[in-house]
Write a protein that binds this ligand. Structure first.
Ligand code: IMP
Length: 429
């Protein structure tokens, strides 16, 4: 089965939406396998701009979209996203969207706890999206999550809410936040049941059938390797595994089915929220990248921090994420700069390192080591072949390939879907 998994190779917002949309036209099924509505994908299709958080990008292209068990699902967020894209002319029904019946749900108490904890952290806050992602994953691992299938069993639901509220109300009380009342939660979940259950099924069976019939599956990652709960800049990370390996567990299929792993990276770096960012720019160039790249969070609207391309970090993401080919996006944002820098390593407390250190203080102390390259005259925007790129831009790409130890297989040169240069078809395996 020629499948493809797409993951972010930096701190998210690499332009996965466009790439996944582009690849979705070659796939039969698009599966989300982790994260929740903390993700934000912008798809530009003709004169329509779709902002998706939970829906797999494939639904825009008339493909079957699947929300896997590795996601944390906020039912209200899903229904309002469906209403929004329906108003834009799309149709989302159980015919083109299936949801794992074992997916854990995000309830209103999760964002309440997320926000109360962030407020209590003060300056040490993680800078979460406030969507309840962390608390929902905690409940899953602690075996007290309400899952989609529970909506079909009112008695199970009632018993589970007792346990859930015992835990959450104790915490919320401690944080001085309002507590939740069981009956209101139970009523709202039972009211949601008829709207959500028609989408629910055992996804592993559908994927097994897809495997048997040779369907092409695209696994759509959210966030990115440096936000991975194990491999990222912990604790300034999200609460799921964002590496390609999790596509198997988060969808319910064997690891051999993941297929070709594409890592998406911007031609520079951005980050939202707190945490280390060694190649961050605090000057006019950083501001210019932010403005030219429209670097504002899709979900929260927060301005993104901007910096030079960190090849040392992306190399690490390539290794731990299982990336076989890189997609480089937003090269045009660098157009017109006299010179460019690439971070090739760090000095940490006087010591040179070729990887990001693991400890929190050491990560914060990492100073970038830069290599300087010439910029290019003219524009790369909208280029559809390497021949259209200035020689310096090609050199920049080749240097990135060397440093991150992975080939650039796709180059995205504008938000438009067709402004993409393909060096190798990822579905060809
Ligand atoms: P959470 O996922 O809401 O818990 O947030 C944890 C960290 O991940 C914060 O730094 C967020 O800004 C970051 N984050 C979560 N989702 C995304 C995303 O889709 N793009 C970029 N950063 C994200």
């Amino acid at each position: 089965m020629a499948n493809v998994a797409v993951i972010g190779a930096q701190w998210g917002d690499e332009g996965k939406g466009k790439v996944v949309d582009w690849l979705a036209s070659r796939a039969d099924i698009v599966v989300r396998f982790q994260g929740g509505h903390n993700a934000g994908h912008t798809l530009v299709v003709g004169d329509q701009t779709y902002r998706l958080s939970l829906l797999p990008s494939g639904v825009v292209r008339g493909k079957l979209g699947i929300i896997g068990n590795g996601v944390v699902l906020d039912p209200e967020a899903l229904l309002s996203e469906i209403a929004k894209v329906t108003a834009q002319g799309l149709s989302v029904t159980p015919e083109n969207l299936r949801i794992a019946d074992n997916v854990p749900l995000i309830l209103p108490l999760h964002p309440a706890l997320d926000k109360a904890r962030e407020a209590a952290r003060g300056d040490a806050k993680i800078g979460t999206t406030g969507r309840g992602i962390g608390p929902a994953y905690e409940d899953k691992v602690a075996r007290r999550a309400i899952r989609l299938c529970d909506l079909a069993e009112p008695e199970t639901l009632s018993d589970k809410l007792d346990e859930l509220l015992r835990h959450h109300n104790t915490l919320l009380r401690g944080l001085g936040a309002p507590e939740f009342e069981k009956q209101a939660l139970l009523d709202s979940l039972l009211a949601l049941a008829p709207k959500l259950l028609p989408f629910a099924e055992a996804i592993w069976e559908r994927l097994d059938e897809a495997r048997a019939t040779g369907k092409r599956v695209l696994f759509e990652g959210a966030q990115a390797v440096m936000l991975d709960v194990d491999h990222g800049t912990y604790p300034y990370v999200t609460s799921s595994n964002t590496v390609a390996g999790n596509a198997a567990a988060g969808a319910g299929i064997g690891p051999d089915a993941i297929g070709f792993v594409l890592g998406i990276a911007k031609a520079y770096s951005t980050r939202v929220g707190s945490g280390p960012f060694p190649s961050e720019l605090h000057d006019e160039i950083g501001k210019r990248l932010g403005e030219r790249g429209h670097e504002f969070g899709t979900v929260t609207g927060r301005p993104r921090r901007c910096g030079w391309f960190d090849a040392c970090m992306v190399r690490q993401a390539v290794k731990v994420g299982g990336v076989q080919g890189l997609v480089l996006t937003k090269l045009d944002v660098l157009d017109g700069l006299a010179e460019l820098k690439i971070c090739t390593g760090y000095t940490v407390n006087g010591q040179m390192m070729k990887r990001l250190p693991t400890g929190q203080r050491a990560q914060a102390a990492a100073e970038p080591i830069f290599e300087v390259m010439p910029g290019w005259p003219g524009s790369t925007r909208g280029a559809r072949s390497y021949a259209e790129l200035p020689a310096e831009a090609v050199k920049y790409i080749r240097r990135i390939e060397e440093l991150v130890e992975a080939p650039v297989v796709l180059l995205s040169t504008s938000p438009e879907r067709d402004d993409t240069i393909m060096m190798r078809d990822p579905f060809a395996g």
